[in-house]
Design a protein around this ligand. Structure first.
Ligand code: ADP
Length: 403
């Protein structure tokens, strides 16, 4: 069974074809600059040279048509015809409160997504364009949607309500949603599987530490809390996003710098995080670590603040769940940054009985138990796989349809 996974941005489209019988990625690719001059598609098949198509793509429809021609290309393709694709799985950023799990997309679902556009004005319209382009280009194929926000729907009101006038929730659905849902869902379930934990009761914390970063607490795979909120700006310190700040800062800086609300939000989203704290050195943690090693004190502070914030969230989530069985590190930093994993655990989590095995922890990007055998909490490095999760959900939806 083959699933085509599509992740559409406003000017980009990422895709993969996954053979679900053995979870093999047959090909993956990226279309860039859709609707902008200089658009191109880069198609990658494991073990082969990249295949690049440079052609004007005025819209997502054209991009999907080129993806279809790349995947069926006699020389570079991986299938003879799109008939071999059983389903298409789409990543959808915001499902509002309506979608607590992945669904088969129909007109009603698309209408609901359009109604959520205010909540994700950049992402949802692009996701809908990608869905409609696939419907047109591959008529009759089932299109399934996996929502970034679905995992957070497991939260109870005490975790998802802001202390704001309740009308904002009732009238505008202002609440905490959480993002990176496919990743938190995939990694927490993988931890339960690998650790042989109780599938109903296991208390798992997932630290998704990438350029965008978030952390989740779940019991038996159901989300108890997660650090992002109405938007992906809340929570941890990220590459360029501030995470939690005192909202009063906004007015103060607007007055000092002559900014309006859009200006300050641009600073909080794009110029803050480790990029801002390092004085503009980089949003990439590797650059920040290098500069810190060379003695740059702003970079030392940025890294320490980043780890401290992660540790504070872990502490809060242990309290929220009244315990923890397993802590997982995933995404770019979580999978690759040996020192960050070690320092978070050694400096802050000793009271939980967390013990890291330095030899086991000396690894990147590979599923590994990095805690010692006598650690009271299992700690894992678990590479995330959002595309596989989207494809797995599509397979599940199809099998439920057949029942
Ligand atoms: P996103 O998907 O949010 O763009 P990723 O999960 O791909 O982000 O993570 C990207 C981040 O991972 C970058 O900031 C990069 O610095 C960091 N990263 C990758 N490799 C390493 C490494 N060896 N050490 C530290 N950080 C790393």
């Amino acid at each position: 069974m083959k699933v085509l996974v599509i992740n559409c941005g406003s000017s980009s489209l990422k895709y993969q074809i996954i053979e679900m019988d053995n979870k093999e990625v047959l090909c993956k690719g990226l279309v860039e600059r859709i609707g902008i001059e200089g658009s191109q598609l880069t198609h990658k098949v494991p073990g082969k040279d990249n295949y690049v198509i440079k052609e004007e793509m005025k819209d997502h429809q054209k991009a999907v048509e080129l993806v279809m021609s790349a995947i069926t290309d006699p020389e570079h393709g991986v299938i003879k015809s799109v008939d071999e694709i059983d389903a298409i799985g789409h990543r959808v950023v915001h499902g509002g409160q309506k979608f607590a799990k992945s669904v088969l997309i129909d007109e009603e679902v698309k209408d609901a997504l359009r109604r959520c556009t205010d909540l994700a004005p950049l992402h949802n319209p692009a996701n809908i364009l990608g869905i409609e382009a696939c419907e047109k280009a591959m008529p009759g194929k089932p299109n399934c949607g996996t929502f970034d926000t679905a995992f957070g729907m497991g939260m109870e009101p005490k975790a998802y309500l802001y202390a704001l006038p309740i009308e904002y929730y009732n009238d505008y659905e202002v609440r905490r949603y959480g993002f990176h849902g496919a990743s938190h869902d995939y990694v927490s379930h993988r931890a339960i599987e690998l650790g042989g934990l109780d599938p109903e009761k296991a208390k798992v914390i997932v630290c998704h530490l990438g350029n965008g970063a978030s952390i989740s607490a779940s019991i038996g795979g159901k989300c108890v809390d997660t650090s992002m909120g109405l938007t992906p700006l809340e929570g941890l310190i990220m590459g360029t996003r501030s995470g939690n700040v005192d909202p009063g800062i906004m007015q103060y800086i607007c007055n000092k710098e002559g900014l309006d609300i859009n200006g300050i939000l641009n600073v909080l989203n794009k110029k803050s995080g480790v990029l801002g704290m390092s004085g503009g050195i980089s949003s990439d943690f590797r650059d920040i670590e290098k500069a810190a090693e060379e003695g740059n004190q702003d970079c030392v502070n940025a890294l320490e603040a980043f780890r401290y914030r992660v540790a504070k969230y872990i502490g809060a989530y242990v309290a929220a769940m009244n315990g923890v069985d397993c802590i997982c590190f995933t995404a770019g930093v979580g999978e690759n940054d040996i020192a960050t994993r070690k320092l978070i655990c050694d400096e802050y989590l000793g009271y939980l009985g967390v013990k890291i095995d330095d030899e086991r922890n000396n690894v990147r990007g590979k599923e590994t138990l990095i805690s010692t055998d006598d650690s009271k909490v299992k700690v894992y490095l678990l590479p995330t796989d959002e595309e596989l999760k989207i494809a797995m959900d599509a397979v599940k939806i199809l099998s439920e349809l057949k029942k």
